[in-house]
Design a protein around this ligand. Sequence first.
Ligand code: HAM
Length: 433
Amino acid sequence: MDIRRPRGTKDILPEEQKYWNLTKEAVKGECQGFGFARIDVPIFEFKSLFMRGTGKSTDIVTKEMYEVRRAEDVEAEDGDKDEMVLRPEFTPGIARSYIENGMQGLPQPVKLYYFGPVFRYDRPQKGRFREFYQYGYEVIGDPDPSADATVILLSWQILNKLGIGKNLIVEINSIGDKVCRPKIRKAISDFFSKNQNKLSEEDKKRLTLNPLRILDSKDPNIQELIADAPQTVDNLCNACRDHFRTLLEYLDELNIPYDLNARLVRGLDYYTRTVFEIRDQEDTSRQSSLGGGGRYDELIEALGAKPTPGVGFSGGVERTIEKIKENNLEIAELSRVQIFVVQLGDKAKKRCLNLVKKLDEAGYPSACALSEDNLKSQLGTANEMNARIALIMGQREVLDGTVIVKDLKDGSQETVYLDDLEKNLAKKLQSNG
Ligand code: HAM
C-alpha cells in the first residue's frame, strides 16, 4: 500500500482510547475543581499571531510551523497575503480569543483550560511527534505569585490523579521582566561574546537574537562554559525577586518538590518571570518533559490590547500516556473519583476545595466543580465521573459543621457531622464493595 500516514503522526486505535479518555477525564475533573472553564480555539490561525506571540526568534516559529493554504492557491503559486498556519501551541490563540471576545470586561482573572492537537515540524522520535496533543490552562488577569502556584498545583494534581506523580520534579527559574531583562541579557551576552570562538554557528546566531537561549543549548562542547555563565536570578530586579521568592514559599507550603534550574529559559519569547517544567527525575532523555509553562505578563499587550498579566501550563498527552504505560498502571488501578463534593452558596464554595484536598489525602479520590452553581448540574458531573458518593454542602451545613452524604448508587442520603465523615465514608464504601 503506498498511502501511509505522514511521518510524526499516529493513529489512536480503539485499544488505546481508554488511556486518552482517562487523561481527558483527569484534566476535566481537576480543572473544573480549580474553577477553570473549557475553551476551544481554531486549529489554524493567522501566522502573524504566532510571530507576535510565540516570537520571531523561536524555533517553533522559524522552523516548525505548517502553513495552511487552499490547494488551488498552491497550484497557482499564489502567495496568500493572510498566511495561516496550523497552531504550534495554544497560548497565543487563547490570548487572542480573550482579547477578541472582550474577556477583559469579565471579573478577573479569567481561567480557561483546553485539550487538543497541535502541530510542529520537528525530527520525529520517541516522545516527539509532528502532530501531538496538549492539555493546558491559562490564568489571565492575575499578577500574583499565587496564580503561578495554582497552575503548578493543578498540574501536580492531574499527574498524581493519573498515578504517575511518584518521581516527578518541578524545574523552575525566573527570567525577569522588562525592568531587569536588559541587565540579564547583557550579562549573558557579554559572557558568551568573550567566548564566541567556542560557540556553534547556531549559538552565535542566538547571541544577537536571544542570548538567554544559549543557556539551554544542547551543544556538548559548551556545557562547561554554560555552567560558568551568569545566572538569570542573580540579576533580577527587587519586584521579580520578591515574586519568585513568594512563589517558592507557596511550593514549600504545598509540599511540591522543585529544583532551581538556572539554565531553564524555555524556547518561547513571551515568558516573563516564572518559567517551569515538570519531568520524571529518573528520566534523563531529552523528551522527558511532561509539560511546561510560565508567566507571560507582556503577551496580551504585544497582541495589541491593554497590558494584562497571565500564567499557564501545557502538558504533552502522548508523553503522559507513555508514562502511565511504562509504570504498568492498569486503568482500573488508577485512582478514579469516588467522592464528588457539591457546593451551594459562597460559603460552601470556599470550604469545598479544602474538603476535596483533605479527602484526597485520606485516600478518597475526590473532585468538585467550582464553576457550576446548581445542584442538578453538579450531580450530573458527579455521575459523568462515575463518583460513588456525593457530599452536598449548602449554607446550612456550613453553619452546622455537617454535610449531606448521598449514595449515588441507591439514592439514599443522611446528614453527617464533618468530624464523623471519614468513618461514615469508610463504612459506606466498604459495604458498597
Ligand atoms: P511547550 O514546552 O512548547 O510549551 O510544550 C509543552 C509540552 O508539550 C512539552 O513539555 C511536551 O510534553 C509536549 N511537547 C512539545 N513538543 C512535543 C512534540 N513534538 N511531541 C510530543 N510532545 C511534545 C507550550 O506549548 C506552552 N504553550 C506552554 C504554556 C502555556 N506556557 C504558558 N501557558
